[in-house]
Structure formats: structure tokens, C-alpha cells
Design a binder for this molecule. Sequence first.
Ligand code: 13P
Ligand code: SF4
Length: 335
Amino acid sequence: MNIDIALEKIEEKGYLDVAIDPTLDLFEEIQKLKKEKNAVLLAHYYQDADIQDVADYIGDSLGLAQQAAQTDADMIVFAGVHFMAETAKILNPTKKVLLPDLNAGCSLADSAPADAFRAFKAKYPDHIVVSYVNCTAEIKALSDIICTSGNVEKIIESIPMDQPIIFAPDKNLGAYVNKVTGRNMVLWNGSCMVHEIFSLEKILRLKTQHPKAKVLAHPECEQAVLDVADYVGSTTGILNFAKKDDAREYIVVTETGILHQMMKDNPNKTFIPAPPNNGCACNDCPHMKLNTLEKLYLCMKYEQPELLMDEQLRIEAKKPIDRMLEISRKAGLIK
Ligand code: 13P
Ligand code: SF4
């Protein structure tokens, strides 16, 4: 497809469908475009290895939100999923925010439609709403505070014990936080399609085959999986734990993209991806993996697709994100 037709079709396709000269060094081209356009490239740990390697900053959702809040670049290119780029736009209304493929959604965000959540919230008028950042701007606008897996315990601890809370949209993260903080939050019934399908049976089998391996799990996993984990935390938490810990082998129960940094940081350690309960050996997020180096290059070159949003919604969605950043700063989690 030529670029004019691709630009015309961008709403329908969600990305620029243009053939690229195969002799181009995309790493070099992307670096050039970053300088030319004063763009910052933010990438999540679940992105393909080559995207992580060309990024200016790789992080978990909290780190990425903080980078987005602080950047002085004119353009933010987000190699992640829609809610992450949307969060960057909410924090930076005057900057151009690009997402290589607008179809990169999130099953967790999709599991909380705004109308159904509004009706659910109305049943608990004395509750405040804490929402995991993996949700749409509409859900954020209906929330009092946003959290990520990196700050959720500090966010919940900042709320008086006698204040009832609705937690949305991830029931697994909510149940985990209820357990570690002793709360009884009302949970919205959402989940992540990647983390909910890890097979406990296969993890236990791996543990018998590798008796010295430690299990590192993301809190979006089901409780039975978290119960056998040696460490539970955000992607950054998991990476930091693996760096500091002195074991040699780890069973990693989160999306496989994280293995790239784990192996880079710890060349002498072994990381075994935990298998899901479908026939696959490892567990990729189909949304995260929609971004490719080619789409990233095209979106930087033509500055499309751009993430745009309604201004009133943006203002409403920003309030609970600001509260999250403020609590995280006070707790020393971010600068
Ligand atoms: P964190 O990187 O914040 O732990 O989030 C994981 C995730 O599922 C992002 O979609
Ligand atoms: Fe959403 Fe799960 Fe994919 Fe993260 S891993 S983007 S929570 S579907």
C-alpha cells in the first residue's frame, strides 16, 4: 500500500500498512527520527526485544507513567498498549502521543465497560473506587485513585482502614491485595487473559524438575499460582528481585517479553518461562505483540496513528492519576 492510501485507511486499520525498504536499518532510522522530532520512546517490558533495545526508557506501568509525566520531549512514542499511551496523553495534553498500532488493547481494560461499571459503583455509594491503571479513561474518570502493580499496596495503605473500597478491574490483583493488606475490598470481576491462564500443575512440575528454582509471579495471576511464588510483584519488582537475589534459577510467571531484560541483567542465571494451560510453551500478550519495529518506524516517520481524546474526559481521568503520582511520591516509590 502506498503511504497516501495507508494514511486514508488508518482509522480502519489502526496502523500504517506500508511496505518498508528491507535494506533500511530500522534501529538507525528510529534513532534518527527520535533526534529529528525531539521524541521520547517509552517501551513496556512485554514488548519485543528489538523494541526494548531501541527505547529510551523501558519500564513497568508506574515507571512509564512517571516518565510520561516528566518528559520534556515534544513527542511521546509509546511502545505498549492503548491504556498506557492514553495515560501518557492524559498527563501531556499538548504533546503528540503516538501508538504504533491502535488495536493494541488489553483484555483487562476490556473487562470493565464504563456503563456496567457505573451501575456497579452505584450499588456501593459509600465506597471509594481504586482502579488498576489497566483500564480505559472512562473507568479512570469514575475512579478516586489509580494504582499500578508497583504501588498498589502503598495506595491501599494510604486509605483509612474503615473506608470501604471498590477495586477494579482485576479481581486477581484485588484478591491478592485484600490478602496482604487485610482489607475486604469489593472486587470487579475482570482479569488478564495472559496471567489467568498460567498452569499451576505445570508450574509445580517445573518446581520438581528444578528444586532450587525460585518462582517469580505477577499479581495478575490467580491466587493458587501466587501461593506457590517466592516473590510477587510488578515487572520492575520481578526484575529487581532477580538482580539482587542469589538463586541461580527462576521460574518466571508473567509475559515472556520480560525475559529479555532478565537475561541481559543476569547472564549467569537461568530463567524458565512458566507455561500456560493451552498447548503453548510460553505466554505472549497478543495485544502487546501487535507492535513491531516496522510499525514503530512508520508511526515515528509519519506521526500516525496519534492518540487523541476528548478534553473533558481527559481532565476527569487525570485527577485519580495525579492522586496516584502524589501518593507514590510521598511513599518514595517515584521521584
Ligand atoms: P506492570 O509492568 O506495571 O507490572 O504491568 C503488567 C501489565 O500487565 C501491563 O499490561
Ligand atoms: Fe492487558 Fe494482560 Fe496484555 Fe497486560 S498482559 S496488556 S494486562 S492483556
